[in-house]
Structure formats: structure tokens, C-alpha cells
Design a protein around this ligand. Structure first.
Ligand code: G4P
Length: 542
């Protein structure tokens, strides 16, 4: 009986993230999906969570935002009996690593691209992460109300740069100032919405007939005639939709629109609910975990420190991989091999936090934690299982921590350890002298760490620059060569929290040299080296 329940709960869940290069319209689109989904009534909720175009000195602002962003970490709502879980990802590039980790907890993504700017740096990087995991991707080309790259050229650019085949699901009616809405190539219909920044109303026009007089009048005869031609061309030229290729991550259904103006958003939402995958199997180091297994398994992909500086309690976000989660039941924390019970696990329905009695695969529950959890931890009902795929990425900025108050060494150590457990940054220790080196992918993290150490742990520190550009994990079968390398490069070697050796490269050239001189060593850009293999993106063609 329970088994059946779990299966139907899994089938009705869609857990995903919206990702983009900053400013492409991720926040606007998220809000519009919540509006169309009936989860909120006016826009503004997600926007307030945004870290605005920050400079390094804006960490005060970030502190303020941290509180708000707990409630938007997961935005769940029910639409047509589908439970939608949108996992929020930070927009600021310095927090890209949080985004990568969140991607380990979703079953698919919607990638937002600005039609004026096309593929940007973060678009490329995020897509690489999706390819590593074969995450199904839908693309939303936003800001079609602006004069952007010509749609065919943009599709070419997306295929070439993102190494994925695209399949238009909708097509724009007019461009730039003349953009009026989209044609749904699959339903063969048009639904026109009134442009409105903060709310939505019923569609103005809804028709399958392109000769519809009202439509012609609204859109203009020229745009309609052009649309006729383009539909023919698109049907001939582009890949038709194939569900398994989409689910395997080779084919991306593509939507045009303007999130700000409500154009193309409903088409995206409805198609997404229809075709996006429900929670599937998740790979653990020991075995593949099927979502409909009776026993609960889940992993922590994000930890949020509490805003109250006097209490170090935190919220750990757990993605449920299998079984049914129940409040007050004992679960097994596989890293510490201890049992844990949660009396007030939290669910996040749109913007309301509430205590949840049970949750299912695909759901995210917030677990109050006083410092037991680390990113990547697994909970089970007793099985010794470890989920993989929450990698740490090669930090590109490395700085040594200097303790400015020797009386507070313990507090400093604790703060640094806890913040790095939360995934704010990575900690490496170099010998001799137990030197603490913090690695990040962005400058902003150092400001955050300094500020939080002072306010939450009462410790003060400064950071000294180190002349390295990258930290790479090292693996090899050749122990002797590794020992030789560690000895020769001792000034540039440190150890991560799991005591894995890491090489700090001073330049790409030094890294190349190390690879040449020590051919049996492998230098990795992510800590996922034991399990994750980067699969080359394959362009599928007819
Ligand atoms: P992000 O989360 O990806 O960083 O992007 P966000 O939604 O904040 O959008 C970035 C800017 O782009 C915002 O303008 C937003 O209003 C605008 N925008 C989003 N969708 C569209 C669209 O469909 N068409 C047009 N023309 N603009 C769009 P802003 O001026 O930076 O912020 P705001 O003052 O409007 O909040």
C-alpha cells in the first residue's frame, strides 16, 4: 500500500532549478512561474532575495539577504495536482558553487538566456555542470521584447556553444518592439497575454486559427505572414521533440518569451509540467538508489547558517532520494554513524515555512542542525550509503588566514570549520605550521567569512594573498611518483578536510609542466574525482 503511495507521489513531483548568467531574467521568470502557478499574487517575493549587482563591500547587504533567502531556497507549489519544487540558485557569480551544488539536487533545469547577449560565461559553465550529470535542460530565450540576436542565429549559437541540440517548442511572433507573444509549435495555438510587470490576467487572445481576425488586428498582418513562413521553415529545419533524448540531456526544448511581459511563460510552465522528468534514480557510491524504494535516503546539498549570531543553529537542506520522510522518526547519519531525529522539519510552500509531517522523493526538507551536518552528508534508515555528485570545485582564489586575536584561536578554528562545512569556501591545511588556506571561486566570500567570523564567532582575521591561481586534487596509482611530487612541490601542497592532497598551481603553465613531468598523476578540477566522470556533450543529429 505504502509502495503504491510513494510511486504516485513521485510521479506527481517536478524538482528543478532555474539557472542563468546574472541579469538574463532568472528572478523575473521565477516570479512569473509562481504567478502563473497561482503560488503568489503579485511579483516581488523573489526579487527581494536578490543580491543586487554587488561589489565586494556589499557584504552587509548579503547578510540581510541571507535571512530572506532561507524562505526562497525552495519554492514549492501545487499546480494541476503536480507538486512543483523550484530550488533557488544565487544570481551572483561569486556564489556559483552554491548553484553547482543545488544542481545535484534537481531532476532538471530551465536555463534562461538573454536574447540580446546570447550565451554568456556563466551560461557556458552551468551547462557544463548539467552535462556532467546529464541533467535534462529546457531553454527559455528571454527579453524577446528587445532587439536581439536573430532567432536562427541564436539557435545556432546555443547548439554550438552549449553542445546540445535544440528543439523549438514555441516560436516568437514578431521581435523587439513588435514582439507580441509566442506560437506553440506543438499545440499549434496562440495565447496572447497582456504585458504586465507585476501580475497576470486571463489571456487576451487564445486561438488555434492564425487567420483569426482579432489576432491579426492585435499582432499585425505582416508579423502573422512572417510567422507562417517561419513555422514551415522551423518544422523542416529543426529536430522534432524526442522525450528520451530530452531526459538523457541531449536535446533541449526551447521556448521564446519575455518574462517581464508575461509572454511565453505559461507555455513554458505547462510544457514543463507535461514533459519534465519526475524524481529518478540517484547514484550513491555503493549502488543506485531507486526513488520508490521503501526506505528513506536523502542527502544534504545546502546549509544555511542562522541569522541570529548568538545561536549557531543552522538549516540543512535535504533532498529526499527515496522512500518517505517522517517527522520524529530516527534516521541514520552515515558519516557520523549516529541516529538523528527531527522534531520540526520544515517545508517551503511558496513563501511559507511550515513544519512538515512527511515528504517524498524530489522534496526538500529543512532540518534544524546545531553543527552536525556537512554538505554532501547522507541520511538513511540504517544502510551505510554515500551519495556522490556534490563536488567541490577547484577554487581559483587562495588566501591564507591570519589570526588577529590569538586569544580567540578556538573560535576562529570553529568558525572556519563550520563555514567551510556549509560550503561557503574550502579549507586546506598546509604543513609545517598548520597554515590554514581558504579557497573560493569568488572574492565576495572572503568578506562574508571575515564578517561572519567577527559577528558570529567573535574572532578576527585577515587574509594574505597567495600566488596561486588554482587548486587541483591529485590522484594516481603510482604511489612512488606521488610521494616524489609531494616532496618536490611541498611549498605548493596542502590537504583538504578529507586529507586528500591538493596541488596549488601558480599558473596554467606550471600545471601543464606538472602534468608533463609527472605523467602518472592526474590533476582534477573537482573533488568528485573518485566517482564523477565528465561525459563529453554529444550533439545529437538526425
Ligand atoms: P537575474 O535574476 O537573472 O539576474 O535577472 P532579473 O530577473 O533580475 O532581470 C534582470 C533585469 O532584466 C531586470 O531589470 C529585469 O526587469 C529585466 N528583465 C527581465 N525579463 C525581461 C524581459 O523579458 N524583457 C526586458 N526588457 N527586461 C527584462 P533591472 O533594471 O536590472 O531590474 P529592475 O529594476 O527591473 O528590478
Amino acid at each position: 500500500m505504502l509502495f503504491m503511495d510513494i510511486k504516485s507521489e513521485i510521479r506527481r513531483r517536478r524538482t528543478f532549478a532555474i539557472i542563468s548568467h546574472p541579469d538574463a531574467g532568472k528572478t523575473t521568470l521565477t516570479e512569473k512561474l509562481l504567478l502563473f502557478g497561482g503560488a503568489i499574487q503579485t511579483a516581488g517575493a523573489v526579487r527581494s532575495n536578490k543580491i543586487r549587482k554587488t561589489t565586494t563591500s556589499d557584504f552587509m547587504e548579503i547578510e540581510k539577504q541571507r535571512g530572506i533567502s532561507v524562505s526562497t531556497s525552495v519554492m514549492a507549489f501545487d499546480y494541476n495536482d503536480v507538486r512543483v519544487n523550484i530550488l533557488d540558485t544565487p544570481g551572483h557569480k561569486d556564489f556559483a558553487e552554491d548553484t553547482y551544488r543545488t544542481l545535484s539536487a534537481v531532476d532538471s533545469v530551465i536555463l534562461v538566456v538573454d536574447c540580446v547577449k546570447g550565451v554568456e560565461e556563466q551560461t557556458r559553465k552551468l551547462m557544463e555542470v548539467c552535462r556532467m550529470r546529464n541533467t535534462p535542460v529546457m531553454i527559455f530565450v528571454n527579453k524577446m521584447d528587445r532587439e536581439g540576436i536573430y532567432p536562427y542565429d541564436l539557435l545556432d549559437e546555443l547548439e554550438q556553444e552549449l553542445k546540445i541540440t535544440v528543439c523549438p517548442y514555441t516560436w516568437p511572433i514578431g521581435n523587439g518592439k513588435q514582439f507580441k507573444g509566442v506560437y506553440n509549435l506543438h499545440k499549434k495555438e496562440v495565447q496572447i497575454f497582456a504585458p504586465d510587470k507585476t501580475s497576470i490576467s486571463e489571456s487576451l487572445i487564445s486561438t488555434k486559427d492564425l487567420k483569426d481576425l482579432k489576432l491579426r488586428e492585435y499582432v499585425g498582418t505582416e508579423s502573422i505572414n512572417k510567422l507562417w513562413e517561419e513555422i514551415d521553415f522551423v518544422n523542416d529545419m529543426f529536430e522534432s521533440f524526442n522525450m528520451s533524448l530530452y531526459h538523457e540531456g541531449y536535446l533541449a526544448p526551447l521556448f521564446f518569451g519575455s518574462a517581464l511581459n508575461n509572454f511565453g511563460v505559461l507555455e513554458l510552465l505547462e510544457t514543463f509540467l507535461e514533459i519534465a522528468p519526475c524524481p529518478g534514480p540517484i547514484q550513491a557510491s555503493e549502488r543506485t538508489v531507486e526513488p520508490d524504494e521503501e526506505q528513506l535516503t536523502g542527502f544534504i546539498f545546502k546549509i544555511h547558517a542562522n541569522l541570529d549570531p548568538k545561536h549557531h543553529d543552522r538549516i540543512a537542506f535535504m533532498r529526499i532520494s527515496s522512500g518517505r520522510f517522517e517527522r520524529n522518526k530516527f534516521y541514520f547519519h552515515t558519516r557520523s554513524e549516529k541516529k538523528m531525529r527531527f522534531s520540526s522539519p520544515t517545508s517551503f510552500m511558496a513563501n511559507n515555512k511550515s513544519i512538515v509531517e512527511e515528504a517524498y522523493p524530489g522534496d526538500v526538507v529543512g532540518l534544524y542542525d546545531s553543527g552536525n551536518f556537512k554538505i554532501g552528508d547522507t541520511l538513511t534508515e540504517g544502510e551505510l550509503l554515500h551519495f556522490k555528485g556534490v563536488p567541490s570545485f577547484s577554487p581559483e582564489i587562495l588566501r591564507e588566514v591570519n589570526n588577529l586575536d590569538p586569544m580567540k584561536t578556538k573560535q576562529l578554528d570553529k568558525g572556519v570549520r563550520q563555514m567551510t562545512d556549509e560550503g561557503v569556501a574550502q579549507l586546506f591545511v598546509q604543513q609545517p605550521g598548520n597554515r590554514k588556506i581558504i579557497g573560493t571561486v569568488g572574492e565576495l566570500q572572503y568578506e562574508v567569512i571575515k564578517f561572519r567570523l567577527e559577528h558570529e564567532y567573535g574572532a578576527r582575521c585577515s587574509f594574505s594573498h597567495l600566488p596561486f591561481i588554482k587548486a587541483c586534487w591529485i590522484t594516481t596509482e603510482n604511489k612512488k611518483e606521488l610521494e616524489e611530487f609531494l616532496k618536490r612541490k611541498s611549498g605548493a601542497i596542502a590537504y583538504d578536510k578529507e586529507h586528500n592532497p591538493v596541488f596549488f598551481a601558480e599558473s596554467e603553465w606550471m600545471l601543464k609542466l606538472a602534468r608533463e613531468n609527472f605523467p602518472s598523476l592526474t590533476f582534477h578540477n573537482t573533488s568528485d574525482f573518485k566517482t564523477g566522470k565528465i561525459k563529453k556533450g554529444i550533439i545529437y543529429s538526425k
